[in-house]
Design a protein around this ligand. Structure first.
Ligand SMILES: [Zn+2]
Length: 82
């Protein structure tokens, strides 16, 4: 399903293409724009980075999104051409 970015209605989310996932652990989602994360996401960062995902916890300003992981452009292009 196509989905607009929450903070930009003129742009489609990477979730629209199946190249991004949102994960959370525990009972509460950390909202986008809040510089906090849950321990589960933090523990997954090195493993998903090794698979070519960028972590939304590394985004800046109001884009910071610690539950969000998305495939890097380089990873997608490598997979397309393999
Ligand atoms: Zn997301």
């Amino acid at each position: 399903m196509f989905r607009h970015k929450r903070n930009n209605r003129n742009s489609f989310s990477n979730h629209s293409w199946g190249t991004a996932i949102d994960l959370f652990f525990g009972t509460d989602v950390v909202p986008q724009g809040v510089r906090k994360t849950d321990r589960g996401c933090l523990l997954l960062v090195p493993f998903l980075n090794a698979k070519g995902y960028h972590w939304g916890g590394g985004f800046t300003g109001s884009s910071v999104d610690s539950m969000h992981f998305e495939l890097s452009k380089e990873t997608i292009e490598r997979e397309i051409h393999s």
